[in-house]
Design a protein around this ligand. Sequence first.
Ligand code: NAD
Length: 263
Amino acid sequence: MQIDLTGKKALVTGSTEGIGYAIAGQLAGAGADVIVNGRSEDKTAKAAARLKSEGARGNVEAVAADLATSEGCAALVTKVPHVDILINNAGIFQPGDFFDTPDDVWDRHWQVNVMSAVRLSRAYLPGMEKRKWGRVIFIASESGFNIPVEMIHYGVSKTADIAVARGLAKRMAGTGVTVNSVLPGPTLSEGVAAMLTEAREKSGKSIEEVAADFVKQHRGGSLIQRAASVDEIANIVTYLASPLASATTGAAMRVDGGLIDTL
Ligand code: NAD
């Protein structure tokens, strides 16, 4: 199977590291012109330079913008007025018991995880419709199905992502534009590695071993019994972003290591 994205322009939000960086790398490797996004100018420029040095075939551009606000989203759209592929990846996850989680934590998860994707989809989908081709992919989570008790606010935001993607797929019916969500399970990104730093230091184990311990202890239903790699998530995203995936829309695609226990 050959995936060729030459001539397509792709925006990957929150792509200075983690799953987003891996997606940006694969899309650029398949020939797409890729916009890398993060909050800080410096980190975003460095990520773009690293991508170029790692075999990008398409152009790589860095556009810093904080997508937690409508102003930040609007600034990004002003700098990048159209894209063919939108990957709504930027996301935050902050564990906390329900009774210790104040409104501002709920609000921030809602703004970054849901509203950034809503605002960017609203800005870019009409252009895709006019050009009769487009791909929008929401990086949701298996936590949108299996609401994690230690971060209900996060689970709710990811359920919303899945719902918005499904609704938008219906809204774009028959236009040549597909909208899907991807549901990773625990994935060894920089964000997750940071969350596990203390456990790694205490145990003296490798980060992969500590991540596997976390999965077995807290996500016991995982059939792979380990964290996924960021590339394992990017593989399915790259396929969905390609012309080959033209009959898949409105889907919630699992890359959850078998964690969601439904047929
Ligand atoms: P990460 O923390 O490693 O990277 C997150 C990226 O988002 C960074 O580039 C960061 O700069 C960017 N970002 C955060 N807030 C932003 C903002 N306000 N504006 C612009 N950029 C911002 O995260 P990750 O683990 O790679 O997660 C990426 C996505 O995948 C998230 O939506 C997350 O919910 C989802 N996900 C992750 C896992 C996992 O286990 N890692 C599992 C399921 C779903």
